[in-house]
Ligand binder design. Sequence first.
Ligand code: UDP
Length: 238
Amino acid sequence: DDPQPRRRRVLLKLSGEVFGGGKLGVDPGTVRAVAEQIAAAVDEVEIAIVVGGGNFFRGAELSLSGMDRSRADYMGMLGTVMNCLALQDFLEQAGVETRVQSAITMGQVAEAYIPRRAIRHMEKGRVVIFGAGAGLPYFSTDTVAAQRALEVHADEVLMAKSGVDGVYTADPKKDPTAIKLEHLTYDEALRRDIRVMDQTAMTMCKDNKLDMVVFGMEGEGNVTKAIRGESLGTRVTA
Ligand code: UDP
């Protein structure tokens, strides 16, 4: 039903750490810089973004302090929406048309998640920002990134990482012999328990043969390069 997209279409996953600049809440300078990198690629590529919320709340962590897990997860999902609005603002300041779609209905600030409408937005050159995760407790925004990528027929999932520029044979911060991998299969990643994204998400990508690129945010123009499909970081395939 969705005609073959003529342009490249990507699903970019931005975790909460990208918004907080390593701290709690939103760091406007960091978000502005990411928005400008996205704006630089929007003429060539159709872009959907799944936004994390770890800079506000993580349900699993709150539940360790005694909160009900589901309620804590809803707090986590609401946090992602604040990140969406910050990103929307800086993208629009950079001249990019955007729509936020939320998996939890909140008509004043976001459209509802309607996948076919999301595709139309992208075809018109708008960046679609998906908030509130799946709208379901016990899920992660990584899993949502895989699911949304599949549903809007993205060519690949781009996992932006902070502090690391790809997948290594071991933790490069602890093991000086660790080497960066250019390519990896989901089976290897799952077998070696490599946590570049959660296992549910990797299984979903594997089963549906969806490629993922894991790359570091830090390099000059890296987000733009990843969106344009320039090779960087580590490619994970089925
Ligand atoms: N969350 C959820 N369901 C979803 C997506 C997210 O319950 O479909 C909650 C969960 O509590 C999670 C929090 O929202 O910890 C923030 O999302 P996530 O941890 O995936 O953000 P990131 O690690 O990417 O910053």
